[in-house]
Design a protein around this ligand. Sequence first.
Ligand code: RIB
Ligand code: CA
Length: 317
Amino acid sequence: MSKQRLIIDTDTGVDDAIALMMALCSPNVEVAAITTVAGNIDNGHVKRNVCYVLDVLQKDVAVFGGAEGPLFGAHTPLPGLMGEDGLGNVTLSLPSPAHTVQDEHAVLALLRMVKEEARRGDFTLVALGPLTNLAMAVRLDASFVNNVSRLVIMGGAVEAKGNTTPAVEFNFFADPEAASIVLSAGFANVWILPWEVSVRHALAWGAFDDLAALQTDKSAFFTKITSITRTRLQKDFGFWGMPLPDPSAMLVAIEAGAVRQECYVPVFVETCGRFGRGMMVVDWQQQVGMKPNAHVVTEIDSEQLLRSIRNSLLEGS
Ligand code: RIB
Ligand code: CA
């Protein structure tokens, strides 16, 4: 069976790194390229973090640097949940990564690569951060939309239980205009993994201890990069586990059978309002005359998520 090909757009932070490990270590997946975008942390750190992940996994994938901030306004990083470097402060004591970033800008690389991938056959574009790069690609070349056979997005709060403002999830909050452009661009096969699903299927702390006990280089890296986030969530917020939004979205991308419930509905993003800017709006009753444009995933198989993460930490050992 031919491998599934992915292009991954990411603002690598801790959960993005775990999602990258799932894809890069899966025997059924080939990662064609990784593009970076400012989000969890500034794009300079995102590029370094992606290169560190490739170094640790000893994988060679082309990395392209993308947008340094949103289409409108200034970049607003996540407050310290992932450490100063966005990767649990693991990289602060390391020399520069061996892996390097390509000269071509991510948006131009995306336009070029999706044409190449479309000629090869189906592939999936996985968006794990703010949608700035994708929105710029949509605006630069109308053929981009038709060349992307499937788009999987981690973003939005389908029940309006936000993680950044009361009703807004971070990736859509960070660049509401970009999210609005992408969701209204006409991509034919869009899947959205919203924030609340990752909270419902948070990885319990006991599972973290089991993964640490695997005692592989990858499990040691996993334990180190998640340590700060675990402490903050457990001690400061009393969470019973760690929501893993990007790994949950990657599961949708690489193991479609793990989707337990989804609904094909009209989805758009609010770009105005003091509290609503960036809000994911689902027209459940189709009251505003929009056609359905996205499969919103409302349940996943959390056993498959844990298995996929575990397998990635055991790969090659
Ligand atoms: O709201 C969760 C999303 O914001 C995840 O993609 C996380 O990495 C941050 O980018
Ligand atoms: Ca992310």
